[in-house]
Design a protein around this ligand. Structure first.
Ligand code: SF4
Ligand code: SF4
Length: 251
């Protein structure tokens, strides 16, 4: 049986998710024995940029017309398209300011940042992948967890779609028996409304969660926001914190 063909791509982002894949050192040999990675610029200078793919994993947000064209071309050549990391899933840090007045005059913004040469740069307000093409599923995280990538490949090889946590970071934090930074120390921790899967990495180190994985589907956002308000945090404060990584998830 032929191996599934795979492409791994980066749009505008920090390449951290692709690095996570390359850091799967103990599993890389098993991986390449099971899948046929045809197009992965970060890992190889020899790529087939035209072949059809069974699976495309795409990191980064869409921040230019060139990004959008690249993404549409990847979508056309792949049966499944996976958004890899918070930028691809939610727009990420680059989308933090989206919708603000500054987007109304992109040229002025570009000039402010790059000077005279900025006007006319190919630069568009940051978009998540699903705003440009249909996405089959998401692996969120800033960066993604290595185990989630490996689980996705294993599930897809079995013909299943992978399952990921829908519960909030708090669930994992309580399972680790941490003292609560929000309730007990009065710190603005986004764990109640951020999707788990990171094993509560930050609160485990006594650092409040900043919401890098995006919103939790299972969170009771209304009542949790009310709790946060009781703790003295305003909605704009909370929204500003959440916008850092997942502006598309902030109501
Ligand atoms: S420290 Fe943060 S993540 Fe942990 S239980 Fe409290 S609010 Fe939730
Ligand atoms: S605890 Fe929050 S900020 Fe830290 S890795 Fe997890 S989701 Fe990201």
């Amino acid at each position: 049986m032929s191996k599934p063909t795979v492409g791994i791509f980066g749009l505008t982002g920090c390449a951290g998710d692709q690095l996570v894949i390359l850091n799967c050192e103990d599993q890389l040999l098993d991986l390449v024995s099971l899948i046929d990675i045809r197009d992965f610029l970060m890992a190889s200078s020899e790529n087939n940029q035209d072949c059809q793919l069974d699976l495309a994993l795409v990191e980064g947000a869409v921040l230019s017309n060139r990004d959008a064209e690249t993404l549409r071309a990847i979508r056309k050549r792949s049966k499944l398209l996976v958004a890899l990391g918070t930028c691809a899933v939610w727009g990420g840090v680059a989308a933090m300011n989206r919708g603000a007045d500054r987007d109304a005059d992109r040229d002025a913004l570009l000039e402010e940042v790059y000077g005279d040469i900025g006007r006319g740069y190919d630069s568009t307000p940051a978009q998540a992948l699903h705003e440009v093409v249909p996405v089959d599923f998401n692996i969120t995280g800033c960066p993604i967890e290595k185990e989630h990538f490996l689980a996705a490949v294993a599930s897809l090889l079995n013909g299943d779609l992978p399952l990921y946590p829908e519960y909030p970071v708090c669930t994992e934090c309580r399972m680790r028996e941490n003292n609560c930074l929000l309730i007990e120390r009065g710190l603005l921790c986004c764990g109640p409304i951020t999707v788990g899967g990171c094993d509560a990495r930050c609160p485990d180190l006594r650092v409040p969660c900043v919401g890098c994985r995006g919103p939790a589907g299972d969170a009771n956002a209304g009542s949790l926001v009310a709790v946060m308000e009781e703790m003295g945090f305003s909605r704009p404060q909370l929204a500003a914190r959440l916008r850092t990584f997942a502006p598309g998830g902030v109501a």
